[in-house]
Design a binder for this molecule. Structure first.
Ligand code: G3P
Ligand code: CA
Length: 344
């Protein structure tokens, strides 16, 4: 499989710094639009249909979360507890696997990917995570099973060929320390699957991401693929933290409010210095997650009072682009793409 290089793997072509306008420079010529869990605003997340829909909409890249099965196969799910996005709770034959675990400090009761074999997981079907907010997506419930990582890689190759363009893949490694504690190594199957599909070389369109700096540090010694450190609200984004991240990562993937915080009333506040501080270290900055529903938007971007109604996510995207971000990770790539095209 031969795919063009993702934006993150290209050398920066625009230097950040003071320009003729107040716009902050991006490190890339054209910021990347990344479909979060596929076009998850339109389809149940992490289904092949969600990925293909995003590609059809013109997304530059897909974002993919990975968790392991009991037999060590990586599958596309946001979290290892499966009941929010599959029909596992309605399977009497799997009832005995319901249990309670502490994952990343949170106690959860349900069915965990690491307790199901791939054969058991293949009996499940995927469903919409937020049926109240996205009732239209529920008509796709039950149509697909849970995809394996290699099925996603195969789909990506076929769709890239069909579309005649590179579609990048931003792979998030979920909870590697938790799985290591249970004796499950996720790095090995990750690297093996990528190698099997010829996606571990310098021209691969794959980027590896994690909130866990430890796994990225280990991967830095094992792969040349770009590495992105994810940061959430409350994480340290000070100079010393960024200096340390720069030793192993190529970019940051940050909660959008770390770039554009909100006032106590819920309006946008002035941009922080995070994009500038990251770019000074040649770290790219992707932001997550842009969602079109009013519930997620700053007050000036909401339209009407319905939390499930769509506001102006294009304006939200434009504000982040003006703050200099290099990529927008969104559930609604179709609504965010026009903001990027308007930069041209
Ligand atoms: O792409 C990063 C973003 O996906 C991180 O948040 O919780 O959606 O995986 P989460
Ligand atoms: Ca993710």
């Amino acid at each position: 499989m031969s795919l063009p290089t993702s934006l993150l793997t290209r050398p920066p072509t625009v230097r950040p710094g003071p320009g003729p306008t107040r716009r902050t420079a991006s490190l890339v010529v054209t910021p990347e639009v990344v479909a979060h869990r596929g076009a998850s605003g339109h389809r149940p997340e992490h289904t092949l249909d969600a990925y293909r829909t995003a590609i059809r909409m013109g997304a530059d890249a897909l974002e993919l979360d990975l968790v392991p099965t009991a037999d060590g196969v990586l599958v596309a799910r946001h979290e290892n507890e499966l009941s929010r996005t599959t029909d596992v709770a309605e399977r009497p034959e799997l009832a005995h696997l319901r249990t309670t675990r502490v994952v990343a400090g949170t106690t959860l009761t349900g069915w965990f990917s690491e307790d199901l074999t791939l054969a058991q997981l293949r009996t499940l079907t995927a469903r919409e995570r937020m049926p109240g907010l996205r009732p239209g997506n529920t008509r796709h419930d039950g149509r697909e099973g849970v995809a394996t990582f290699t099925e996603v890689l195969a789909m990506l190759g076929a769709e890239s060929t069909r579309a005649g363009r590179s579609i990048a893949l931003l792979v998030e490694i979920k909870e590697p320390a938790y799985f290591a504690g249970r004796g499950i190594a996720v790095e090995e199957p990750l690297l093996a699957d990528l190698a099997r599909y010829g996606l571990d070389g310098p021209r691969s369109p794959v980027v590896l991401m994690s909130f866990d700096g430890g796994v990225l540090r280990r991967l830095a010694a094992r792969t040349r693929l770009p590495l992105v450190r994810l940061l959430d609200l409350g994480d340290d984004v000070g100079p010393a933290a960024l200096d340390e991240i720069e030793t192993y990562a190529d970019g940051l993937g940050v909660h959008h409010e770390l770039v554009l915080p909100r006032t106590p009333e819920g309006f946008l506040a002035p941009a922080t210095g995070l994009v500038r501080d990251a770019h000074r270290r040649w770290l790219g900055v992707h932001v997550w997650t842009l969602r079109a529903e009013n519930r997620f938007l700053a007050r000036e971007h909401r339209r009407g009072a319905d939390p499930a109604g769509h506001g102006d996510v294009g304006a939200a995207a434009a504000a982040l682009l003006a703050a200099g971000v290099d990529g927008l990770i969104t559930d609604h790539p179709d609504l965010v793409l026009p903001a990027v095209r308007a930069l041209a």
